[in-house]
Design a protein around this ligand. Sequence first.
Ligand SMILES: *Cc1c(COP(=O)(O)O)cnc(C)c1O
Length: 400
Amino acid sequence: MFMTHLECSLTGERYDSDRLQNLSKAGKPLMARYDLDAVAARLTREELASRPAGMWKWRELLPLPDGAEPVSLGEPETPLIPLDRVGLRQGARPPIVKDEGRLPTGSFKARGMAAAVSMAKHFGVERIALPTNGNAGAALAAYAARAGMTSLVICPAETPDINIRETAAYGAEVIVADGQIDECGRIVGEGGAQGRWFDCSTLKEPYRLEGKKVMGLELAEQFGWELPDVIFYPTGGGTGLIGMWKGFDELEKIGLIGAKRPRMVAVQAVGCAPMVRAWEQGEEFAERWEGAATMATGIRVPKAVGDFLILRAVRESGGAAIAVEEEAIMEAVDDAARFDGMLLCPEGGAVLAAWRQALERGLVGKDERAVLFNCANGNKYPLADRARRMRLGEMDAASL
Ligand SMILES: *Cc1c(COP(=O)(O)O)cnc(C)c1O
C-alpha cells in the first residue's frame, strides 16, 4: 500500500484514504498522496522496463491497495504518432499525437474510470453515477458493468447520440436532460449526498485524476525520461492536465525525471472558454461560461471544480490557454485525416488547431517538440458524407 492519505487541493487539509471520499470540506478536489520514498525503492527505470506495458505497470503510483484486483478492460499504453505531413505543410517539426482513442470505450475516460471504479468496488459501492457530455458516461457504464455495479448517467440533450446509445448498451440507466453538464451534476450530487449512489463526477472523487495521471507517466517513459517542450490538452474539467502535472512532480520526487517541465497549453473552443478568459484576466478561479456551445462536446464544460488547479498548472509551466474557432476545429480534423491518416476526435482537432494558432502567435517554436492529445477515437463522431452516389449500370471504370 503506497497511498498514505488524501489532501485538500486548496487548503492542504488531510483526509483518510481508507474510505470513500468526495470533495473536501472546502468543496475542492482531494488529491491522493503516496509514500514516495517507498515508491522510489520499487519503481526504477529498469523495473518499469521489465513490466508489461499498460496502465497497471504504474501500480505503486496508483491508489489501489496491494492485492486488490483492478477492474480492467485491458488499458494499453497509447502510441505516439507524429503528424509528418501536417507538420511539413506548416514548416514545423511534426507535432506528435498521443492517441488516447485506443483505450477501452474509445476514449481516455477509461483511464480515470479504471482507477475510480476499482477503488469504488474496493469500498463496496453498488451503484455509481455521473453527469456526462458523452465519453465519461460510456466509460463509467462499461467499468461499472465489469465491476458488477449498477450505474446512472445523466446527459445534456446535446450529447452525441452514439455516446448515449453506447452508455445504455453497457446496461447503465441513461437519462437525457435539458441544461448543461454542471446542471445535470447537481442532481447527481444530491443523490450522492442522500446515499442513493456514489457520485463519480469529474474531480468530485479523487481517483479518476490518478488514472488520468498515467498519461503523463507514460509520456515520460516514452520520451526516454526527458519530457517534451509543450503539451496541448483539450480542457473540459481538466482532469488530464491536472493529473499529468501532478504525475510529473511525483516522477521527479522518485528520481525518474529532472526538473524540466513541458509548457502546458489548455485548449478550449471559443464557444466555451472559461479557462481562457480567466487566464487572460489573471484570475485564480474561473467564472461560469454562459451559453456554452461547441461541437467538441468533451470540452463543453462551463464550470470546472478544478479551475484553479488548471490555471495554476498552466501558469507554473509557463504555458497558455487558447481558444479555437469551430471552423478551425473542422479543418484540423480534415487535415490530420487526409494528410496523415489520423482520424482525430473534434477535441483532438481543437488541439491541432490550437497548435497551429500557437505557431502563428509565436507561443511555440517551429523546432519544439509538441505533444497533442487526441482523447477519443474519431470513429465515435458523426462524419461528413462525401461519397458520390452512382448506379453500377451507368458507371464505367474509365470515368472514375
Ligand atoms: C472528457 C473529454 C475531454 C476533456 O477532458 P478533461 O480531462 O475532463 O478536461 C476532452 N476530449 C474528450 C474526447 C473527452 O471525452
